[in-house]
Write a protein that binds this ligand. Structure first.
Ligand SMILES: O=C(CO)[C@@H](O)[C@H](O)COP(=O)(O)O
Length: 236
């Protein structure tokens, strides 16, 4: 069995997604790459995470040709392998359907950098790709996912390329996040933090949108009812 250690790392990353509530049933996937051998280890498609074992992982070339494995590779294999070919600094890719990050992806909105928690992990907004063409057939659709991510990172919003390790995630419009890192543990960790900062961003934006100060009339009515009309602030 090829790449025993990488299989175990990728399995652990897949199980971390379940433990952290980032995926349901067979949603999402994780993979890792051994660049010296030019081989990718990826989760098999549609397999219950509770039954997943290292020997179930599928080993492919970086072009997606199956080298070892009896099960079908994840349906996102093309996206994972394209990211490995185009982002030479990354060692693992994770795809989740985590609630808040997926909500931003479905809304076609980037996750804004609103605080230090975000800034500790993502050097700027977590981008969202252009909406994928809905007439795409399965094969092209999956391929377009990776291309949409890579094209965004090639030029960013201002024509400048983005270092994928500086912003180790991208939301696919209408779909969900793809996240990466130096290794499988790092990629899974980044996916957990992505969901946390997406939730914080959603809550922050909701608070900002719904927090109007109360009117002075209401302040007067309530404050003076309790403290007497003659009261002035701080003398009650
Ligand atoms: O996003 C999707 C389907 O929309 C996929 O990522 C599935 O959530 C997992 O597919 P497999 O990895 O089991 O093929």
């Amino acid at each position: 069995m090829l790449l025993k250690e990488l299989r175990e790392e990728v399995l652990e990353a897949n199980l971390e997604l379940v433990r952290r509530g980032l995926v349901l049933y067979t949603f999402g996937n994780a993979s890792g790459v051994d660049r010296e051998q030019g081989l990718v280890v990826i989760k098999p498609s549609g397999v219950d995470y509770g039954k997943l074992k290292p020997e179930h992982m599928v080993v492919t070339t970086m072009d997606g040709e199956i080298v070892e494995g009896n099960l079908r590779p994840s349906s996102d294999l093309d996206t994972h392998t394209l990211l490995y070919r185009e982002f030479p600094s990354i060692g693992a890719v994770v795809h989740t359907h985590s609630d808040y990050a997926t909500s931003f992806a479905q809304a076609g909105l980037p996750i804004p950098a609103l605080g230090t928690t975000h800034a500790d992990y993502f050097y700027g907004p977590v981008p969202v790709t252009a909406a994928l063409s809905d007439e795409a057939v399965q094969g092209r659709y999956v391929h377009e996912t990776g291309l949409a991510i890579v094209e965004y990172f090639r030029q960013g919003e201002d024509g400048q390329p983005i270092d994928p390790l500086a912003v180790p995630a991208c939301l696919v419009a209408g779909h969900a996040p793809f996240v990466w890192g130096r290794n499988a543990h790092d990629a899974a960790h980044n996916a957990v933090v992505l969901e946390a900062v997406a939730k914080m961003a959603y809550q922050t934006l909701t608070l900002r949108a719904n927090c109007e100060s109360v009117s002075k009339a209401l302040l007067d009515r309530h404050y003076f009812r309790k403290h007497g009309a003659s009261a002035t602030y701080g003398q009650c």
